[in-house]
Write a protein that binds this ligand. Structure first.
Ligand code: EPZ
Length: 420
């Protein structure tokens, strides 16, 4: 089994370039199925979720190549409406193929989706919106089947929760629907703006993306586009958390500082010095132990993001007191709390929260990632341990980080990939 061997107790120092955003490239790769012409995407990290998306695209008949940070996508000569089972089960983002296939094939068959076990993760909001736009939904032999023989039509739809994925699904459904669609209560994450920028560059007519009210006027067809995805704000948050945990400093290049305001507010409260060096560069520095946080809470963007909650928890393991972090987005965000304890830190999961008793030192140990961001949090925690740690479950890390070990060793961490 592969694992990361990490020898803690070393402050970090250096600079790192932040890669393109996983949570942008995934919906945009799915949205390319709406296009009649080829699509090229740039600034794409080599992630297993990207390759799963390539498998889905090839499985429905699309031409799809990944070459050195770039993806070239070519419309299918013969489109298949069933998402390949194995790929669908490898990630939750296979849901993004519902709307595009509904438009292009008038039908879609989606096997059970996979993804990090962060909670129930229903797709009722996606389906409620699609049905309101004219889709007919049913399940048959573990397949979700949607049909829209007459195509989809515009609608007014209020999301009961600002779901990122549902907002993206309904945007993709609306761009080729007959008439106008207005979404209220939409999610405001930067990745939604990035998807809208991509779709508009293909000829869509979307306004309001990034705000809770998004309006879309359906068009007849979408061309293709060349698009560079935005930087990954959660990878940036991971590096910030690593420095907060291990101490030292780092320069983060090719970031969008405005996408990180919720994250930086929390880490500044912990005592981190964070400065904007220019439009796309941040410098971060941590001296001494982080300040404990009586209660940290996550929320939809622009609040402190759920994906950064385990990362903040890792940084607080050596804080100067007790902290409580609660995630209001997913029920099972803190599966990593047990891993922190296996590294010798004092942490426990209490429902949607993690309770942490900061200590000046903990030895390190062996722990297994249970999900993507929890795995990254275990790596950050191991960097702050006094001794050696082994972190397994790398299949989770590979879904969202291309070479986290290289990034961290570039900052002076003693981290390497091992096999036993
Ligand atoms: C996206 O997941 C991200 N994934 C997640 O990142 C991120 O944590 C999440 O948004 C929240 O920001 C991608 O963009 C690929 P949601 P998504 O729909 O779309 C409930 C990572 O580590 N809900 O905003 O699945 C749901 O159960 C991943 O990069 C419904 O009830 O998140 C959850 O409690 C993890 N019904 C809450 O909303 C629905 O139809 C937020 O889910 C949809 C969602």
């Amino acid at each position: 089994m592969e694992y990361l061997r990490i020898r803690g107790g070393r402050a970090l120092q250096g600079s790192v370039t932040i890669p393109g955003a996983k949570n942008s490239l995934l919906p945009i790769m799915a949205a390319s199925v709406l296009c009649e012409k080829p699509v090229t995407l740039y600034n794409l990290p080599d992630l297993s979720d990207l390759h799963t998306s390539l498998d889905i695209l090839r499985g429905i008949g699309w031409g799809a190549e990944y070459i050195d940070g770039r993806v070239d996508l070519f419309p299918a000569s013969r489109l298949r409406a069933r998402v390949p089972k194995r790929a669908a089960g490898a990630m939750r983002s296979s849901v993004f193929y519902l709307a595009p296939l509904l438009h292009r094939a008038k039908r879609v068959e989606l096997p059970a989706t996979g993804g990090c076990r962060l909670g129930a993760r229903p797709i009722d909001i996606h389906l409620e919106g699609l049905v309101k736009m004219g889709a007919i939904a049913r399940t048959e032999n573990d397949l979700l089947i949607l049909e829209a023989p007459g195509g989809l039509h515009g609608t007014r739809f209020a999301l009961r929760y600002p779901s990122v994925g549902a907002t993206e699904t309904l945007m993709m459904a609306a761009v080729l629907a007959k008439g106008r669609t207005c979404l209220s209560g939409a999610a405001c994450e930067p990745e939604i703006e990035d998807l809208a920028r991509f779709l508009n560059s293909c000829g869509a007519r979307i306004t309001g993306a990034g705000s809770p009210r998004i309006c879309i006027t359906g068009v007849e067809r979408l061309e293709g586009a060349r698009h560079t995805v935005i930087p990954d704000r959660i990878v940036a948050a991971t590096i910030i958390a690593a420095v907060a945990a291990a101490g030292g400093s780092a320069v983060l290049r090719e970031v969008c500082p405005e996408h990180l305001e919720g994250v930086c507010t929390v880490f500044r409260r912990m005592g981190m010095k964070i400065a904007r060096l220019d439009l796309t560069t941040l410098s971060v520095r941590m001296d001494g132990r982080p300040r404990a946080q009586a209660k940290l809470e996550t929320g939809p963007y622009p609040a402190f993001p759920t994906d950064a909650a385990p990362l903040a928890a890792a940084a607080l393991l050596k804080a100067d007191g007790r902290s409580l972090i609660c995630d209001h987005v997913f029920e099972n965000r803190f599966a990593c709390a047990g891993g922190f304890a296996q590294l010798g830190a004092r942490a426990s999961r209490q429902g949607r929260c993690a309770r942490i008793w900061g200590v000046p030192h903990y030895p390190g140990g062996q722990a297994l990632a249970q999900d993507l961001r929890g795995g990254a949090a275990l790596v950050c925690a191991a960097l702050a341990a006094d001794g050696e740690s082994r972190i397994g479950g790398l299949c989770y890390l590979r879904r969202g980080y291309a070479g986290l070990e290289e990034m961290l060793s570039g900052l002076g961490a003693d981290i390497c990939l091992r096999e036993e």
